[in-house]
Design a binder for this molecule. Structure first.
Ligand SMILES: [Fe+2]
Length: 312
């Protein structure tokens, strides 16, 4: 299912009209679990990182965000050197200062993090009340206010990208077959109505191939996507492309949320009837047992695109 922003707003208007009718408490809409997501951000405040952080703080407060997700590339250009790297302060602690962003951050790793000390990013979980990276890939189960379960699968996608082999993106020793076996088993074992998969690299994107930029990731299409399809996943969220994108391919909604600091205006064609914006920004999700509402929000607080995914 894919809705344009115009359709979404029309539906919202209908919902608002319906809301004017007297509703018995038993059928009143359940409160959602709200959270925010950001990708590709750590630049010591440069390239609008601070502007995005400040707006995300305001939006997180307005929606009552319960946690923040980072979809990776946490520190540019080369990750962190260790637990004592000043980047922890200049790119994270001193940037995301809003009270609404002090709740847990569910972290994943990007290719730039793999240029540095990955173990330090894992170890920082014990040094910060909000930084949560318990393993390179992991599952978190959440309970929504209406009691519905939602399982989140946080992936480590850099090891899948074959061009990194032998490069300064140090993926040596990472067992992708083991990660795929884990994902397949964990998705199969999950009885949660919502299963949300989050990784750094895109699978499908809304931009045609072009020289110098990465969009579709053939390695992810070949190895990760079949598992998502086999388990009926509805939404995959990633970063890596430094913009905001939405595309739907055979029923899966692929959302690129890589606009946490430096972005670029796409120069290649928009394909697959997708949405693309080069604005800086982040993502919000409101999740109930019945539906997932997400929005891509720019650093001025403007919603650029929104979509509702109903439970299958
Ligand atoms: Fe990346």
């Amino acid at each position: 299912m894919k809705l344009s922003r115009r359709t979404l707003l029309a539906n919202t208007a209908k919902t608002a009209a319906a809301g004017a009718l007297p509703l018995a408490p038993a059928v009143a809409a359940a409160a959602p679990l709200n959270f925010v997501l950001i990708g590709d951000w750590g630049r010591a405040g440069r390239d609008n990182q601070v502007d995005v952080a400040n707006q995300m703080g305001k939006t997180a407060a307005a929606i009552g965000s319960k946690f923040t997700v980072s979809v990776g590339d946490n520190f540019y250009e080369n990750g962190v050197t260790g637990l004592d790297d000043p980047y922890w302060h200049t790119s994270f602690e001193d940037i995301y200062t809003a009270p609404s962003l002090q709740s847990p951050w569910k972290i994943i790793l990007g290719n730039h993090d793999y240029r540095g000390n990955v173990q330090a990013q894992l170890d920082y979980s014990a040094h910060s009340p909000r930084w949560q990276l318990p393993a390179r890939y992991y599952q978190v189960s959440e309970t929504l206010p209406d009691g519905t379960k939602a399982d989140f699968f946080y992936l480590d996608t850099s090891p899948f990208i074959r061009k990194y082999i032998g490069s300064n993106v140090n993926i040596a020793g990472q067992d992708t077959n083991a990660q795929l076996a884990w994902l397949d088993k964990a998705l199969g074992a999950s009885t949660a109505p919502w299963k949300i998969v989050i990784g750094h690299h895109p699978i499908y994107t809304a931009l045609a191939p072009e020289q110098g930029y990465e969009h579709d990731q053939p390695d992810m299409i070949a190895r990760v996507d079949p598992i998502l399809r086999a388990h009926g996943i509805r939404i995959y969220i990633n970063g890596h492309d430094h913009n905001l994108q939405v595309v739907t391919v055979n029923g899966i909604n692929y959302v690129t949320n890589g606009a946490g600091s430096a972005t670029y205006q796409a120069t290649s064609a928009v394909i697959r009837n997708g949405f693309v914006s080069g604005n800086h920004g982040f993502m919000t999700i409101a999740l109930t047992g019945e539906k997932l509402d997400y929005a891509l929000v720019d650093m001025t607080g403007k919603t650029l695109y929104g979509q509702t995914i109903t439970r299958a």
